[in-house]
Design a protein around this ligand. Structure first.
Ligand code: R5P
Length: 327
């Protein structure tokens, strides 16, 4: 369908960004041939933040691009305060564009006396003034239900599988392996899109301190190239375990594909030490030069900027986003 929508329904697009992902925000702006709007973000000595917009947004369609990776609380507060500032300046519509949503792993009460922090984050985004949200590969799709505003939950699936597909001719009997059972359904989609067999790692976490243990491998990796898929790499614990396990079971070359390169603490160094041919990820979270250097040539970062930008354009024009994925 190639309908041209002349009438902007929500005013002009005004792109704002916090300080979390400047390169990604620039790329989105470049795709849309728009500037990032000026704003001051000042951090006082007591760590309180102050924001001032350089121009009026009255009656405009505003998008705040801000990923919520480390420093999580500073980045989250920038997002919230920016949106409140836009609301108080009479923006017509505000969309939170959050490529990586923090606290998404705290999505249920699976033991007594614990919070559901993802719900709290959703509430905060709405209270701050968001009319809509755009995000990417939520840890659990049910988090959509924590929002009572409409949103576009996008996926980097096509970006990642298109890239991997081009590598398949170089691989030997490749197989897709889900890094844990939580990612099993999505891993099945990877395997189906790539027309490959599928296996799973059964992983368990002991305690609440992020330590993962790969327990078992369901599937055959003997003498095969393996593509391990996951939504995010945080400490790298899961991937270290997964790579070790598939290698013990006879895997040849190992590829690791994940959407969000959270890469906390020394994850980059830990992963760079693994016998992995290539790490394939996106720019939903910025990777520092230092971390990139640790990975060297083996890290491939695919941009999600065009996807986010195209969805922003369609949202502004009141056009279907689903249609984008069928095109
Ligand atoms: C967990 O359930 C996710 O799918 C990832 O496997 C997890 O976030 C990775 O965490 P880490 O890198 O700390 O093991």
């Amino acid at each position: 369908m190639n309908v041209r929508h002349e009438r902007m329904q929500y005013g002009d697009i005004k792109l704002y960004a916090g300080t979390a992902c400047p390169q990604l925000a620039e790329r989105v702006a470049r795709y849309l041939h728009l500037p990032l709007c000026g704003r001051d973000i000042i951090s006082f000595p007591n760590e309180n933040l102050f924001i001032k917009l350089h121009g009026s947004v009255r009656g405009q369609d505003c998008y705040v691009i801000q990923t919520t990776s480390v420093p999580v609380h500073r980045n989250l507060m920038e997002l919230l305060i920016l949106m409140q500032t836009l609301r108080l300046d009479s923006a017509a519509r505000i969309t939170a564009v959050v490529p990586y949503l923090c606290y998404a792993r705290s999505d249920k009460k699976d033991q007594p006396r614990v919070p559901i922090t993802a719900r709290l984050i959703a509430d905060m985004i709405q209270v701050a003034g968001a009319d809509r949200y755009i995000t990417l590969d939520l840890h659990a799709s049910q988090i959509q239900g924590f929002f009572s505003i409409p949103g576009d939950v996008l996926t980097a699936f096509n970006i990642l599988t298109d890239y991997i597909r081009r590598k398949l001719p170089m691989m030997h009997s490749p197989v897709v392996i889900a890094a844990d059972l939580g990612f099993a359904k999505k891993a099945r989609n990877y395997a189906a899109a790539l027309d490959l067999p599928l296996g799973f790692i059964e992983k368990r976490r002991s305690g609440n301190d992020s330590k993962a243990q790969a327990l078992n491998l369901i599937g055959d990796v003997q003498d095969r190239d393996v593509i391990i898929v996951d939504d995010e790499i945080d400490t790298g614990g899961s991937i270290v375990q997964a790579v070790t396990l598939v290698r013990e079971r006879g895997a040849r070359n190992v590829y690791v594909s994940f959407v969000h390169p959270v890469l906390s603490a020394n994850a980059a160094e830990r992963m760079a030490a693994l016998p992995v041919t290539e790490f394939i990820t996106t720019d939903s979270v910025p990777v520092s030069l230092e971390k990139m250097t640790a990975f060297g040539e083996r890290l491939r970062i695919l941009t999600v900027a065009d996807l986010l930008a195209e969805v922003i354009r369609r949202a502004n024009e009141g056009r279907s986003v689903g249609e984008l994925f069928n095109e």
